[in-house]
Write a protein that binds this ligand. Structure first.
Ligand SMILES: [Zn+2]
Length: 192
């Protein structure tokens, strides 16, 4: 659902750079995990985001998930969250059979209004998406209050698919793969 607006994103590149510059002036908090960089405006948003992501790693299917986290997370809660999110990324990689080093930015907005405003600021048009991913900025945009693990896995799948192949697949192909991932996230990944 995301990539149909990407041409527009490219077209308004100068505006995007300006928008990103002013966004960074807001002094966002950053939390790095092994695979993700979370950017958020306040700790409450991070907590809400964390509560929405209900995911238990199936440890039996992971060889690399051994608890040696490379995250910058400080507190116990943050470490637990980082491990959960990294396990989610690894599960998506496992389902897709696309394992390659990756670091994806997740911009967490506090509410629907903030998310829709962000969309308008980037694309200069209104569209009420619940989440989206922009390849050119390697960033997933989410609303902390309207999120679940399948939704995040879907967007992570877009990022992984777009970065894994030498040539990005057609948007229909990418969407089919991302939907497969969110529907089968909690099942044992098939091995081919
Ligand atoms: Zn999609």
């Amino acid at each position: 659902m995301l990539r149909r607006v990407l041409c527009l994103a490219f077209f308004s590149g100068a505006l995007l750079v300006f928008g990103l510059t002013s966004a960074s002036a807001e002094q966002l908090y950053t939390l790095k995990t092994k695979y993700l960089t979370l950017k958020y405006e306040n700790v409450q948003d991070l907590n809400t985001f964390n509560e929405k992501i209900d995911f238990s790693p199936d440890t039996s299917s992971f060889s690399s998930f051994s608890g040696t986290s490379q995250s910058s997370a400080g507190t116990g809660v943050e470490k637990k969250m980082a491990n959960k999110l990294d396990a989610l990324v690894e599960k998506v990689q496992l389902i897709l059979d696309m394992r390659k080093p990756i670091n994806i930015i997740i911009r967490i907005y506090p509410d629907e209004t903030a998310l829709h405003t962000a969309y308008f600021n980037i694309f200069k048009t209104r569209k009420k998406l619940r989440a989206w991913y922009i390849f050119e900025y390697n960033t997933i945009y989410v609303n902390a209050q309207d999120l679940f693990s399948g939704m995040l896995a879907h967007e992570i799948a877009h990022a992984i698919v777009d970065h894994f192949l030498a040539v990005r697949p057609p948007r229909a192909t990418a969407e089919i793969l991302a939907r497969y991932v969110d529907r089968h996230l909690n099942e044992k990944a098939k091995v081919y």
